[in-house]
Design a protein around this ligand. Structure first.
Ligand SMILES: NC(=O)c1ccc[n+]([C@@H]2O[C@H](COP(=O)([O-])OP(=O)(O)OC[C@H]3O[C@@H](n4cnc5c(N)ncnc54)[C@H](O)[C@@H]3O)[C@@H](O)[C@H]2O)c1
Length: 238
């Protein structure tokens, strides 16, 4: 297993794509600190990993709180003695046009879609360096490279986080720290509720997916988890 001996943190891993990412990392041998604001959901993911024969611990972390981000990285060191992989996955979708979105919604979008990734990556880097390198995956979105209608807070902050990832990748390339943005398309998780609300309900959203998505369907959590996994380096010694 190519990730045996590697230690990972995944945030937002109690559901959807984050859970899929934690599970695929564990399937390939990594020890995974499964983190989520919803502690019971984090525990359920960790339990599922252990039942399948993998290694995982759960931790309750609200990524909007800097002290909890610090505790998360400390938790990885305590459980596993180091850190090789960070998948910083949590984000928020605030719907609306310039006139519909509130300033508070924009602030929250910056906080969750950009700032907390910045802070967590900043906390992780010294520990990746101590292991001779590692990998950071930050979840952005297709809205980080394309645009949807009436999504100013989401599209702006997801574009910003893609820019931030490119900058971090350049700055740390010589230290064998790989940094990538994961830009999923449409995946059927509870995350899309604001967009569904805005579109006028489930049927309208299904119609949108059939009509606008090139494949004419949702992507599955597993497809996105595989894409995330493929961003990890596999040729480094532990
Ligand atoms: N689902 C999609 O179609 C899609 C598409 C592109 C990008 N994304 C990105 O994926 C992420 C959402 O993942 P998902 O679709 O699997 O959603 P999801 O709703 O299935 O899971 C999100 C998880 O994040 C946790 N969470 C929310 N706020 C948190 C916080 N402040 N601190 C810690 N945990 C928190 C929730 O408890 C939940 O377990 C976002 O970054 C989003 O931008 C999703």
């Amino acid at each position: 297993m190519i990730l045996t001996g590697k230690c990972a943190i995944v945030t937002g891993a109690g559901s959807g794509i984050g859970r899929g990412s934690a599970e695929i990392l564990a399937r390939h041998g990594a020890s995974v600190l499964v983190s989520d604001r919803d502690g019971a959901a984090a525990m359920a993911t960790a339990e599922a990993i252990r039942t399948a024969g993998g290694k995982a611990h759960a931790m309750t972390t609200d990524v909007s709180d800097d002290a909890q981000l610090e505790a998360l990285v400390t938790g990885a060191l305590e459980h596993y003695g180091g850190l090789d992989i960070l998948h910083s996955h949590v984000g928020i979708q605030v719907e609306g046009t310039l006139e519909q979105a509130s300033a508070a919604g924009m602030d929250r979008s910056w906080q969750l879609n950009v700032r907390q990734h910045f802070r967590l990556a900043q906390l992780a880097v010294p520990h990746l360096r101590a292991r001779g390198g590692g990998s950071i995956v930050i979840t952005a979105s297709n809205s980080g490279v394309l645009y949807d209608r009436e999504m100013i807070a989401y599209a702006t902050t997801k574009h910003a986080v893609v820019a931030m990832v490119k900058q971090i990748a350049l700055d740390y390339a010589r230290e064998n720290i790989r940094v990538n943005a994961l830009c999923p398309g449409w995946v059927d998780t509870p995350f899309n509720e604001p967009f569904m609300r805005q579109m006028g309900g489930r049927q309208a959203l299904e119609h949108y997916v059939r009509d606008k998505i090139p494949m004419g369907r949702w992507a599955s959590v597993d497809e996105i988890a595989e894409a995330s996994f493929s961003l990890l380096p596999t040729d480094r010694p532990s």
